[in-house]
Design a protein around this ligand. Sequence first.
Ligand code: BTN
Length: 328
Amino acid sequence: MKSEIIKLLKKGDNAFISGQDISKRLGVTRSAIWKYVNSIRDDGYEIESVSNKGYRLISSPDILTLEEIEPYLKTNFIGRNIIHFNSIESTNSIAKKLGDSSEVSGSIVIAEEQTNGRGRLGRSWISPKHKGIWMSILLKPDLNPIDAVNLTQTAAAAIVKATEELGIKTLVKWPNDIVINNKKVSGILTEMNAELTRINYVVVGLGINVNIDEWEFPEDIKDTATSLKTYTNSSINRQELTAKILNSFEELYTKFIDENNIQASINICRENSAVIGKDIIIINGEKNIEAHVLDIDNRGRLLVEYTNGRQEYIISGEVSIRGKANYI
Ligand code: BTN
C-alpha cells in the first residue's frame, strides 16, 4: 500500500492530491492513508499535508527501492521484483535463501547497508549506509553449471557499460573486480546452488563503492580501494546507476542465456581489461606464480605466459591474481 501511495504522490508531480482521492483510488480509509503517509515519512520522504488540500510530495530520499529506481529502469524482468532492506547482514545470503524458495529469476535483494558483507575467499566487504550499491541478483538460468563462471563476466561487463554511460571509465581486473586508477571500486561475488548438470540458482552479488569518501575507507584497504565519488569529485545518483547496471545486465544476460552468446560480455571485459599486457602473480592456494597476461579468450579464460615461456589458459574461480608492480 505504501508503494501505491508513493506512486500516486510522485505522479502528482509535486501537486496536492486529496486524502479522499487517494482513499477512493486505493480503497482504504482516510485515516489509514494518514498512517501510511506517516510511515512513508519515516522512510525519508518529505510530504506536506494541508487540510482541505491533501498531500504533496516535496522530496524523495536517496534509497534504492523499486519506486526510486523504476523511473530509470528499462528491463523486462531483472530488478522488477526488488526486496529492499535498510540494513541486512549480506544481500547474497538473503538471495540464497530466496533461491531455495520459489522467488522468481531476476529478483534483486538490495540493502542500504550490510553489516556482514561478504567478499571472495572468505573476505569481508565494507558496505556503509547509503554510500554504495550492495545488491544481489537471483538467477535461475538454464545453463550447464560449468558455464556459470561467465555470469561474473556478464556482471562485470554490465558495470563497465553502466559507468561508461555516466562518463566514468572503469576497467575489469579479471575475473571479478572493477578498478579505476589501479584501485578497486567494485567486486562481484557469484555463488551457485547446482546439481552435476543442472543449476538450481545462481546469486550474483555486486558491491559498488559509489559515494564513499576517501577518508571513510578502513586503514587496511585505503591504499587499494576507491569510489566513484573519489574519482569524479562529486556524488553519483545511486538510483540511476543501479538501474543502468540492471539494464545492461539484462541485455547481456539475455544474449548469453537465450542466444548462447557470451561474446558480447567477454568483448567488453577484453576491451576494458586492466590486466592484458601486464605482469601478474597468480595465487593458487599457497602457490604464487609469476606470469604475463596475453589475452582473454572467447570462453572468458585468461591466457598467460609463464617466465619459462609455457602458455596456459586459466579459468576464473580457480585462482586469484595480483599485479606484480601494484594492486593491479
Ligand atoms: C569481492 O570483491 O571479493 C566480492 C565482493 C562482493 C560484495 C557484494 S556486496 C552485495 C553482495 N552481498 C555480499 O555479501 N557480497 C556481495
